[in-house]
Structures are given as C-alpha cells and as structure tokens.
Ligand binder design. Sequence first.
Ligand SMILES: [Zn+2]
Length: 460
Amino acid sequence: MKRACVLAFLISFNVPLRAQTRAPLSPNDQRARDIFEQLININTTGSSGSTTVASNAMAKRLLDAGFPPGDVQVIGPADSKNHNLVARFRGTGTQKPILLLAHIDVVDPFTLLERDGFFYGRGTLDVKDGAAILVATLARLKQEGYRPNRDLILALTTGEEGGSDYNGVQWLLANHRDLIDAAYVINMDAGDPVILNGKRAFRSVQAAEKVYVTFKLEVHNPGGHSSLPTKDNAIYRLAAALGRLSAYDFPSQLNEITRASFAKWSPLQQGQIATDMAAVSRPTPDTAAIRRLSDASPLYNAQFRTTCVATQLAGGHAENALPQSASATVNCRMLPGTPQDDVQRTLVRVVADTAVAVSVVQPAVPSPAAALQGEAMDAIERVTKRLWNIPVIPVMETGATDGLYLRNAGIPVYGVSGVFVDINDIRAHGRDERIGVQDYYDGAEYIYQLVKAVSGSGGR
Ligand SMILES: [Zn+2]
C-alpha cells in the first residue's frame, strides 16, 4: 500500500498535540470501535496470521446484523489459510452495484491500544480502519432497514501487502468476477482526508495510479584476461548507456487528474510554488513552471511524466577477467495510458547503443484513470462539503494499490478513505502506526453518508 505517498506533496509543518476526548460513545461509534478492535487484534500477516479468521469474524458481524447467509461468503483458494470476505447488501437493482474494498492483511501483528486520543496498532491506518468502517457501515444500514437503489458489495481481501500466498483481488477477478463486478469501486486503501498544520485541510481522492513496468539493460561481450583489456568492455558500455539514461527526462504530459490536482493544490501553497501550480494547470501549461516544479521535488516531477530509474546492477565474473556480461534493472512508472512499447522504444533510443539489449522483466498491468465527472465524484463532493467543508482534490498516485487490478479489468476505482491523516505523522508500516480516535469515528460517519449518497438517498 502506498496511500501516504501523495501526502508528502505538501510541505512539512510541526506535529500538533491533540486533546484527549472522553465523551460517552454513541451506539454507532461503539459498534465501529468494537469491530475495529476485533479486527486489529486478529493476526492477519501473510506469514504467521490468517485473513480467514478475520473474514469469518467480520462475516459473523454482518450475519448478526441481519445479512442472509447466502449473501456473505468467505472464499479463497482451497489450500490457502488466507481467505477473503465478500458480502452483498441487496438493493432494488435500479443501478449497477458498487464495490466497497479494503484489504485486511497487514505487515505484522499488534494489539489495539487507545491512548492520548489515538488508536495505536498495526493496521490502524493501513487499512483495518477502512475495513472496520465498511463492516460497521453495512451493519448499521442493515439495522436501519436501509434499501439502496443498487447492490452494495463488500470485499475484504488478502495479499495487498505481499506477505500472503496470493492476491485476493486478482483471485476474485479471475475466479468469481460475478461476485464483485461493479459500476465502480470505492477503495479504502488510498485517497486520504488530510490534516495540515493541525487543521483539516482537504480530502484527496485517488483517481489514477501510475503503471509499473521493469526493464533489463544487458550487454554481452566475449571477455578475456584483464591483463589485455580492449576498448569494447561490457561494464563500460552499460555504464555509458546508464549515463545517457540518467540525463534523460520523459516529456511532461498533464492529464485531467494531475491538472485538477495542481489547480486545487495551488491555493494551499505559497509564493512561486503556488504560482507555478496554477500555471501548470491551465489548458496550455507553462513549461518553465513545469521545469521549476519538477526540479523542486521528485513528487511533483513524478506527476508530470513517466519516470525510469536504474535500481539494480550486476556484471563481471572474476576480478582478473574482462566482463562477459553486465546488466542493470530499470524500473519505470508510466503515466496511465502510456503503452509499454513506447517506453521500451524510448529506452532503446536514449541508450543509443545496439550492443545494449533492452528487454521487459515485468510487463505492465495497464490501469486506466477514473472519470472526474459523474456520480461518484459528485457524491464525494457533496458529502465532503456537508460534513467537513474542505476542498476535494483528485490525485494520481505514483505508487500502486490493489485498485490497479480492478482498473485493468475495466472497473473504475476511486480511492476514498474516511479517516484523516496528519501530513507530518505518517506511520503506516511502523510499530507506532496510529490514527486519531475522533478521526476514526468521523471517518465512519463520512463513509456511512457516502455509501448512502451513492446508493440513492444522499440528498442534495
Ligand atoms: Zn494498504
């Protein structure tokens, strides 16, 4: 999971202290808390834990809330201890279903601890908060007798963090697509509302992800004894090729999402950065502003262009022999919609040496961007204004989430978490991972209202 990447977009401020709140919990908050605590305390690491245990526990929550057993399934490969939960809240079927997604595997286990206004524990931020909120939301809606105008599908999946034996989303798409097929997806694992300088500043919506592809650059040579060197040396040729690659920038190219990001980030910035962000968001972007922003931060740079970077190097076989081969791994993150072949051709051209073979190590899984016009973004705007009155900023993430497989399968994905994160306090995967207690309850309310808004009764 990489949900925090985009947050680093903004400049650092001091971490604010938070007051401890001790008000009695409403029944809805209490339920959200109980589910969260139960989920955090179940070990769901890929190696030592089991997402099946967590899936069964969450399934029981839904059954207790009144879901028919036939609509709640815990499924996965027969030989795996990491199964997924898929549940369906049946609606009137007026519109195509919506998929509500969160992964429940974590990097390693921890127990929920509430202290000084925070929930601590592995997965509190990534992303058992979102999973618990989805279960609490569906249980609440069921108990309220809510009737959505479309089916609401819940999928709590395994394997996002890589420790599991397989990826739950990929497996569901390949084996049970009918169970999770939807008009679009709301993914808890990306797109956070953001606290900046102690204040709730904006909510991001992850509408696109860059596309991952890895190439190998390789040079072969007859070699020989190092006492009789020749000018034609595999290591030198590879090094020269990498030198040319390091000097190269892919052309800048804004899309609907990055243009909207910069337009909305601009008022949150100051000075030249603010001016430049406004300038690059215009229909004909200012190329000098793109250059300045690209130079100012690798995060801005990655928004503008496909990037390729050398990440691994190998070569030679003995200290006294001329190298018979030398190779480098080059990892690229392509703008959505970029054909892999185009990037490969560009690498060949930039390397400019036919002795350097450029091959694909890990092919791309294309991941189209979601539309910014339409009911999903409208509902997000509406609920965000009603509850928080802060700007909604669409973002293209430079990393990747499970949303990638769904996008690739033709199902648009919106990363929309409900829980505020502090830009200066990102601890996902850390031992002290935490979220604000009140932020959790507010997030549960937000997602509850959002789910209603996209299924017929959000009101205007
Ligand atoms: Zn995650």
